[in-house]
Design a protein around this ligand. Structure first.
Ligand SMILES: [Zn+2]
Length: 156
């Protein structure tokens, strides 16, 4: 069952399918058309879709994909280490070789799909400027007042 969301600031805008968008993003595809590339590099998000023109620079995935990867990989690796210590009699060289390698491989394999899904989630929920309306939390442009310029108090 698709979850469709509209934005309170753009209630007339077409609803966006959250799970479809996140699946497309996890595959590295544009959450809007599903054909263009979401990434311009390994983790660098493209400024816009080359197929449909959807703009991606609004995304603010920040550190969330890394936190999700750390939580998942940490549970898998630490759980595996504890299970191996509890139920197995593995030699030390196997522990030294397996767990760091598994950590690196899982982290590199998961970070890009998770980042794509997070950016697509933001797109589907019309967060951070992905709606037709301007961002509500953008920093205002600060300009000195005319009377401060006249008195020179803006230099403070
Ligand atoms: Zn597109």
């Amino acid at each position: 069952m698709p979850i469709e969301r509209t934005h309170p600031l753009a209630p007339d805008a077409a609803p966006r399918d959250l799970w479809l968008a996140m699946r497309r993003g996890a595959m590295g595809r544009c959450p809007h058309c599903g054909e263009g590339r979401l990434f311009a590099g390994f983790l660098a998000v493209a400024p816009a879709c080359e197929r449909c023109g959807e703009v991606f620079h609004h995304h603010r995935a920040d550190d969330l994909p890394a936190y999700i990867v750390i939580a998942i990989v940490g549970h898998v690796v630490v759980g595996g280490m504890l299970a191996a210590e509890t139920h197995g009699d593995w030699p030390l060289w196997l522990h030294v070789g397996l767990w760091p390698t598994l950590t690196i491989v899982l982290s590199l394999a998961m970070i890009r799909p998770i980042k794509g899904a997070i950016v697509s989630l933001q797109w589907a929920l019309r967060m951070h400027g992905f709606s037709a309306q301007p961002d509500g939390d953008d920093m205002p442009v600060l300009r000195p007042r005319a009377e401060d310029l006249e008195t020179g108090s803006a230099a403070r």
